[in-house]
Design a protein. Sequence first.
Lengths: 194, 194
Amino acid sequence: MPAMSLPHALLTALVERSSSGLELSARFDKSIGLFWHATHQQIYRELAYLEQQGWVESVAAPAARGRKRVYRVLPAGRRELRRWAGEAEDPKPSRNDLMLRMRAEAAVGKTGVGGDIERRLKIHHERLAQYREIERRDFSGPGRTRENRIQHLILLAGIMTQQMWIDWSEIALQQLREADGEDSRDSGNGVDRP
Amino acid sequence: MPAMSLPHALLTALVERSSSGLELSARFDKSIGLFWHATHQQIYRELAYLEQQGWVESVAAPAARGRKRVYRVLPAGRRELRRWAGEAEDPKPSRNDLMLRMRAEAAVGKTGVGGDIERRLKIHHERLAQYREIERRDFSGPGRTRENRIQHLILLAGIMTQQMWIDWSEIALQQLREADGEDSRDSGNGVDRP
DNA sequence: ACAACCATGTAAGTAGTTACATGATTTA
DNA sequence: TAAATCATGTAACTACTTACATGGTTGT
């Protein structure tokens, strides 16, 4: 059986709250968006699939505008979600194009990849600040329910990921500066590996 | 213009050493494999594309078996690789299905996701040990060339990633055990956030 | 001559992205 | 009544995966 992550991610979001496609699309980026992304086109396609499987039902939104439809999870959908969540799967090597560019730089010489690392460093700092703010807002009191703890753990994974790339970027920039410096003069600075 | 990461990853691997498709496929997993994966089917397809672009040329392997062809990067390929490596691109939120399953567990109750975290913890430990071994073998002397430093940085990113998931997994398992414990009795253990 | 393996591929399907189309409601 | 924006979709494409096919070489 294939992985089918996206349909189950949507099922989860709909268990948390029944929504229309566009509402889902907006909520998706803010919550699950830390570790998965989907465009609205994909979401509409998958919603049709969920309904065809009998996992959700949809009704035209009452007293609402246009063609809006609200999707609601059915018991069969909850069962399916529980089944899927218990499945085991190996962690996939995450694709990272920066690492490919690094390797290309190693192979063919200076290409300016350092500039991109600086750009990304800023982005990771911004995201970290955002996540810390969410943590302060939603997970600082003694909320202690199982659900609350798990959601905090997911956010924590996001925080740790951003922090890791910040640490790595700073080491990388320092190493690249040093390598460039040694080309001209001044070799022998104290450099320690992390 | 699309990202086109895979063709450029292959170009990089071929700059490092001219190879046949199957050799590439094997080398790929060991080096670039930390941050990208590709099946041999994909690789053959992309090799045909690289040749069609005039970035590589291939010759029937001399004194070799069967239909084996060896691919070699042309000057235009090097130029293209340098151009691509200097491009800027935002870090993509890495897709992580475990985080989806966590969120599903938060939404519909206990599903046994903890068992999978334990399984993954072992896998991350194994990978970390492997990477540390590579580090010891290939990057422990004072190799100090720019190329050597960059390749070490890529490996370092792999090491830091594994370490991060080990740290996270241990926190997560502890939190899940606590949440389960508090359901029955014994609430109030000293728990600190990292 | 047969098994094991080296080497390259085709076909079909799943997943994700980009560009564009369409109509309905609200706001200026 | 025009612009903005809400809401849902289609079409075409790129990227990746899984299953299978085919022929050549080496070892027994």
